[in-house]
Write a protein that binds this ligand. Sequence first.
Ligand SMILES: [Zn+2]
Length: 383
Amino acid sequence: MLGRRAHLQPGLDHQGAPAVSDQNRVIAFYDERMLAHEPDIEAPFLPGRMDTRIRSLLSGLGVPWKYPEHPARLTAIRHFLELEPVPGVTFEAGVAATREQLARVHTLSYLDSIFQLRGKSAWLDVDTTAVSPGSVEAAEVAAGTAIAAVEAVIEGRAESSFALVRPPGHHAEPVRARGFCLFNNVAVAAAHAQAILGCERVMIVDWDAHHGNGTQDIFWADPDVLLFDIHRGAPFYPGTGSLEEVGVGLGDGTNVNVPLPADAGDAAYLKAFREILVPAAKCFRPDLILVSAGFDPHSHDLALNVSYDGFAAMTGILQALAREQCGGRLVFVLEGGYNLISLSRGVSAVLRVLAGEAPPEPGQRGIAEVEAAAAFHRGAFLG
Ligand SMILES: [Zn+2]
């Protein structure tokens, strides 16, 4: 236990302040190879039962359906951050994960079946997960880039980092691609931090609107990974994530689900963070905090009602927690978020807090102006 801890960089003491001289240095990882994952439902897919079943499902919708998880998600974020740069944030390219790194959370037979799809178009699952010719490399880069983001903070090159990746990962299970996910990026990064980087205990915070069924499955019996997952509850996709799903065996209690009703927003998220997440983290004492950051809880994606200020406030809580618990080491990995405006602005709101801006208190926008207006009008109405 202490021996593994000793692998941490000198100066990155578990309880101490971060060793980086510039405390708010943030690295965002972006790589154009991830744009080559572009399933096109008009393209011919590998023939088989899956193709037939998916096509009958899609034709039954009665409306045109496009693959929602598309390359413009990443380019929209990149363009927004070019238009409105966040001071203190620098960009680095990603890295492709190796088979060995992926095999820490996926079976070898699953990996081989995915690798055989290199250069092809195929449906993988009835919940419409598909690949195009560039998808396998894109997924390798997504997982490897999550690892690179972790290495950057462990090496002390940045206090925090954000892996802007796709395809997303948190629905991918050890043997199954689903929910637009091929490899479980955040799980691959957590397993790498444990196996190679000397992190004994890793906390994963999943604030995507959908439950991270794959991450839960992978670490279900693992006492050294604490998963806190707040999401819209069943029957919302994927249907898992109830309160009672707490882990099993040695991992009993290290899986914390907070299912919410439709349209729950900032107040519910922040209450859960302050009253459940923070106490759980203080009990668990993580060496590293990872965030499965989806931006589909934003009201634009029509499932929940989190605002930009809400994302910023949650980031502020996690930043303070990471500084108290693990030398500030905090790594974000992109999951969902399909409205390009709220996706881009949500990422920017997170980066601004990571880079040092004080997070606003949600629900307070305009309150100061109303107070000033009340003072202005007071003479007319209130004597
Ligand atoms: Zn989602």
